[in-house]
Ligand binder design. Structure first.
Ligand code: SF4
Length: 92
């Protein structure tokens, strides 16, 4: 799925759902503590648009923010608290 299609699918789903992350500043923080990470991940785990959110973040290669249980940075994606970044070429 390309980024435009993923965005359309996510937005369609969001017509019926207000995700718990909406308005939560933690989801846009550049570096999360382990506790903050766990808080965001717990919210995502219960989210009805988790799959669509993650699909968009991956397809669009979002440069920042916490999306569907993963933290995105300009240098790569972090999939666990305190974890190393995963880039397109591997771990940094
Ligand atoms: S899965 Fe996406 S939309 Fe849902 S709470 Fe997490 S970041 Fe928000």
């Amino acid at each position: 799925m390309n980024a435009d299609a993923a965005w359309d699918a996510l937005n369609k789903a969001l017509e019926d759902v207000v995700p718990a992350c909406r308005g939560q500043a933690l989801f846009t923080v550049e570096r999360l503590t382990d506790e903050e990470w766990a808080e965001c991940a717990a919210i995502c785990d219960r989210c009805p648009v988790f799959r669509l959110c993650g699909a968009y973040a991956t397809a669009a290669k979002v440069p920042s923010g916490f999306w569907a249980g993963r933290s995105y940075t300009p240098k790569g994606v972090i999939s666990a608290p305190g974890g190393s970044r995963q880039t397109m070429k591997g771990t940094t």
